[in-house]
Design a protein around this ligand. Structure first.
Ligand SMILES: O=C(O)CCC(=O)C(=O)O
Ligand SMILES: [Fe+2]
Length: 360
């Protein structure tokens, strides 16, 4: 089974869909973040800190170079960009184009694929974690694309025309790219090329298209709140607008990842962090929004099977293990969600406490 969907639709009648809320001049309070969570850096203040790695020659003479660059980026950020990755430009362009057309469809059409109630794939407005007080400023469309035998095409939107076929091709191309990257990442850890893919048992893939409408007060909210991805790696296609931000010092400093034409952003998730015994980081990131343009990003999550074992793949002599015992990915995931829900609950409680406290 694929991992449970980490978001559930709010289903609250008092919350406007983001698309409609966009027209308002001020934000509904449900989108307003606490001050410590709000964006600290502008969506278009681009940084060049994230390495851009060319995959040209990865199967031959350049393998050592790629390995070295990937290794450095994984240690420092858990994040890098790749160019010359072999995914056809036309496929990427069509994917972007049709994704935009999907989000421009009338709400009734998109809601034919409403994901509420735990459905495996489809459309969600203002997704949020169970129990969470504040919503993300985004709409999403999710495809559970691998393993193939679990694909359910009834959850794949039919419109716009040709969309299903393009998502099918895109997910296949990204699966190939992911495997190529996981081989290099394995070697960068001093392991056999297949070690990480083997640890995933049967590779699971989920394609999530994030659509961030223009926002009337972008400084007070987030498109997607700060998080690390749970899985092995995520391959992100972002448009030219900008909004992906990362921190490598636990939120002290943030940078906005520069959109690079034709590139994919690759970020490591928690699974990879554990497999490497903490040598490689899982990227700490968030998405910010803006009042000038809508933004589209397509995140392809490569995850292990639910029963895949999460445990460091190699320990050097005398090296301390970061985990007490091996657990399955399903366990890792539910512990993570449990922690997030508990944090959200505490935050909500603290907020209510402050609001209800008598004024002195
Ligand atoms: O939209 C972005 O740039 C980030 C998306 C992301 O982090 C996610 O979908 O997990
Ligand atoms: Fe993410």
């Amino acid at each position: 089974m694929a991992p449970a969907v980490e978001v559930v639709a709010s289903g609250r009648p008092d919350i406007l869909p983001v698309g409609e809320a966009e027209a308002a001049k001020t934000l509904q309070s449900i989108f307003i973040r606490d001050e410590d969570e709000r964006p600290k850096v502008a969506y278009n203040n681009f940084s060049k800190d994230i390495p851009i790695i060319s995959l040209e020659g990865i199967e031959g003479k350049d393998r050592e170079r790629v390995k070295e660059e990937v290794s450095n980026a994984c240690k420092e950020w858990g994040l890098f960009q790749v160019v010359n990755h072999g995914v056809p430009k036309e496929l990427v362009q069509t994917m972007n184009q049709l994704a935009r057309e999907f989000f421009a469809l009338p709400a009734e059409e998109k809601l034919k694929y409403d994901m509420r109630g735990g459905k495996r794939g489809g459309f969600v407005v203002s997704s949020h974690l169970q129990g969470e007080a504040v919503l993300d400023w985004r709409e999403i469309c999710t495809y559970f694309s691998y393993p193939l035998h679990q694909r359910d095409y009834t959850r794949w939107p039919e419109k716009p025309e040709g969309w299903r076929d393009v998502v099918d091709k895109y997910s296949g191309a990204l699966m190939n790219l992911a495997c190529k990257l996981l081989e290099v990442i394995s070697e960068a850890l001093g392991l056999d090329a297949e070690a990480v893919t083997k640890a995933c048992v049967e590779m699971d893939q989920k394609v999530v298209i994030n659509y961030y409408p223009k926002c009337p007060q972008p400084d007070m909210t987030l498109g997607l709140k700060r998080h690390t991805d749970p899985g092995t790696i995520t391959i992100l296609l972002q448009d030219h607008v900008g909004g992906l931000q990362a921190t490598k010092d636990d939120g002290l400093n943030w940078i906005t990842v520069e959109p690079v034409e034709g590139a994919f952003v690759v970020n490591l998730g928690d699974h990879m962090h554990y497999l490497s015994n903490g040598k490689f980081k899982s990227a700490d990131h968030q998405a910010v929004v803006n009042s000038n343009s809508t933004r589209l990003s397509i995140a392809t999550f490569q995850n292990p099977a639910q029963d895949g074992i999460v445990y460091p793949l190699k320990l050097e002599e005398g090296e301390q293990c970061m985990m007490e015992e091996p657990i399955t990915f399903a366990q890792m995931y539910s512990r993570k969600m449990g922690r997030d829900i508990e944090l959200a609950r505490q935050k909500k409680l603290a907020k209510v406490g402050v609001e209800e406290a008598p004024k002195s």
